[in-house]
Write a protein that binds this ligand. Structure first.
Ligand SMILES: *Cc1c(COP(=O)(O)O)cnc(C)c1O
Length: 490
């Protein structure tokens, strides 16, 4: 399968690229991104043929349907990483919360958040391509918490890839910071930056635009790639668990094969939701995809009104920080898929220049055939955490936003809903402890202990060990020093 550009071709980039080119060099014409030229149709028997398949076999066959140019042995090695999840026979457990709400838990991997689902296998794929081509790659990441740990974990000691990861000093949770600063490998560099996440991210953007930096990379023969969800190498692994979760509902006798379901996704950059959209286009019986946001509700607005409007908006810090996003990158792939490259280029240029666009009525209708959206503020989220816990389900604040959309967005109450849980309770424990016991401003370790006590569960060892592990990545710098720091690392 080939990949083409969401904003059309500028005559300088190739018209079509392979999967491996799209993931090694994700930058395309006019600032667009690579999308599949067409989507595979899984065919009517695919689901029933995979009813008894384990996660890895399902994944292999979904990937095969995309006809990507990755050796089977590499794919097998990549998928084998799901064996390191809590339950190797089922890396994504689906838990029944009530008669029609099921939660698909995407956080049972090494860093306890959903980024592992895609980044774990992606690390193997990227590193093996780099080795095959005898090229060296640098992944630059600015993180507010979840992508950083998952990217470091997957690229640790992998050949031909180096990662430089910047986080806002004081702007992440203790657990997230410890997950990064205790990573010890020669190909990883973790840098605390004085300032907030926006400062860190704009420092990274400046670096990417810096001519001297580019020249130095060229001299050192180092290529830049990206590990954010603009990279299709992550999205492809995010189609699989939607199909798996559906099959789990059939296996649990919650639905009959062929019944429609709602998918309910806590969204930021829209990678998770895009995976659901692709699964639906490939033949998964989905009624609609419920898009849950927090107070940064641009996605709610665009899906409800067709207006993507960033004028007079600034990021609002919330208790679900992985969703504190205004420019949701993967919406662009939906625009491209539904309205084509020319229209996508027009809309995205308007968003860049004027900070807003408005979809036409017929375009909005097409979006609303597939998506429905609502947002959940922090107080509502806290209440959902409390209520779910009272009924026996412990969840994190990102997952909680889904529970609001579940309440408000379904037209057909006879259908089952699959909500996606994107982080374990251990990643955002102060918020959860506050919801459950009322304690305020607890540090992570105290919050973890009080939740563990409240729920009569243990703190997982990988999290507990962080607090006594040696801190190996000690650099905290001013944002002006980033370029020099990274060049020194290289
Ligand atoms: C990344 C992330 C999200 C948002 O996912 P997108 O694919 O960017 O929409 C939600 N919750 C958590 C915990 C995350 O890490």
């Amino acid at each position: 399968m080939n990949f083409i550009e969401t904003r059309g071709n500028d005559g300088k980039h190739p018209l079509k690229v392979s999967f491996s080119d799209a993931i090694l060099n994700p930058i395309s014409s006019f600032g667009g991104i690579y999308s599949p030229e067409s989507l595979p149709n899984l065919g009517s028997d695919f689901l029933s043929n995979h009813l008894d398949a384990d996660y890895k076999s399902l994944a292999r066959n979904v990937l095969n349907a995309f006809e990507i140019d990755i050796d089977a042995a590499v794919i097998d090695e990549a998928l084998a990483l799901y064996d390191t999840f809590d339950d190797p026979t089922n890396p994504v457990p689906v838990t029944r919360v009530n008669d029609d709400l099921y939660v698909s838990e995407l956080y049972h991997g090494p860093t306890r958040a959903f980024k592992d689902m895609a980044l774990q296998p992606f690390g193997i794929v990227l590193s093996s391509l780099a080795q095959k081509r005898n090229e060296n790659y640098l992944i630059l990441a600015a993180t507010s918490g979840d992508t950083g740990p998952a990217a470091l974990e997957t690229f640790k000691n992998r050949a031909n890839v180096r990662v430089a990861c910047m986080y806002p000093d004081g702007g992440t949770s203790d657990v997230q910071r410890l997950q990064m600063v205790t990573e010890d490998a020669a190909n990883l560099k973790v840098i605390g930056v004085k300032g907030d996440f926006d400062d860190t991210q704009s420092a990274l953007k400046r670096l990417l635009g810096s001519e001297s930096f580019r020249q130095q990379l060229q001299d050192k023969k180092i290529h830049l790639s990206a590990a954010n969800s603009v990279n299709f190498g992550r999205i492809i692994f995010q189609t699989i668990y939607h199909i798996h979760s559906y099959l789990e509902l059939v296996r649990q006798d919650a639905i009959a094969m062929g019944d429609k379901v709602y998918l309910n996704v806590p969204s930021g950059n829209f990678g998770n939701a895009l995976g659901g959209y692709y699964a639906m286009q490939m033949g998964l019986p989905v009624e609609k995809i419920l898009i849950a946001s927090n107070n940064n509700n641009v996605l709610t607005q665009v899906i409800q009104t067709g207006a993507y409007d960033l004028r007079s908006k600034a990021v609002i810090p919330t208790t679900s920080p992985a969703m504190d996003i205004l420019k949701s990158s993967n919406i662009e792939r939906i625009l491209f898929d539904l309205f084509g490259a020319e229209r996508t280029k027009q809309l995205m240029a308007q968003l860049d220049d004027e900070k807003h666009y408005q979809l036409e009525a017929d375009e909005l209708a097409k979006i609303q055939e597939i998506f429905v959206a609502d947002f959940c503020n922090d107080d509502e989220g806290k209440q959902y955490i409390k209520d779910a816990f009272a009924k026996g389900y412990l969840m994190d604040p990102h997952t909680a936003t889904c529970f609001k959309a579940y309440d408000t967005c379904r037209d057909n109450k006879t259908l089952k809903t699959i909500a996606y849980s994107t982080a374990e309770w251990t990643k955002f424990s102060p918020v959860i402890a506050n919801a459950l016991t009322g304690e305020v401003d607890a540090r992570d370790l105290d919050a973890l202990k009080s939740i563990a006590k409240e729920a009569s569960i243990e703190i997982p060892k990988v999290i507990n060990d962080l607090f006594t592990k040696e801190i190996t990545q000690k650099r905290v710098i001013e944002k002006e020093q980033i370029e020099a720091e990274i060049l020194a690392f290289l």
